[in-house]
Design a protein around this ligand. Sequence first.
Ligand code: SF4
Ligand code: SF4
Length: 165
Amino acid sequence: MYRHDTILSAKGDNTGFGGLFPFLFFSHKLNLAFRNRGFLTGEYKDMTYVVTKPCIGTKDRACVEVCPVDCFYDIRDPKLNEKYGIGPAEWAGEDDPEKRGYGMLVIHPDECINCGACETECPVEAIYEDTAVPEEFKEFTKLNADITLSMSDDELDSTRITSRD
Ligand code: SF4
Ligand code: SF4
């Protein structure tokens, strides 16, 4: 978010510097492409807490109630349920036109402040610090980063979840 703010303010402040904005724009794109990845290894770094597979089919949103910075995003994607062979959260019922019970929540690595409050709140142990993600859930570190870092500010605003309501 702060990177977007930076580039937008740079655009507004540099109308007299024709070469500066393109430079900043492509620097920003490169930054988006490589941030959180080891340049040579391709591994994600600078991650914080990560939501993993057990959230799918549970998704009770207990974690969002304790997060001090509202950095959870609600990914209502039935393809996640299909991929892992897990039905929607029971609380949503079979008739879930908004797909609220489908998919899972993810954490934005640039916004999470690593407080750890959500980890103990999760009833199914779906949340781990990046360094403690079990081997079987490793792919979810990338999934949390890929989803959140690819969204525009508008998409983030419409996907952010701040309470169970
Ligand atoms: S508390 Fe756990 S299961 Fe519930 S929404 Fe958060 S990560 Fe998913
Ligand atoms: S570790 Fe803290 S800041 Fe990060 S997602 Fe969990 S509650 Fe939010």
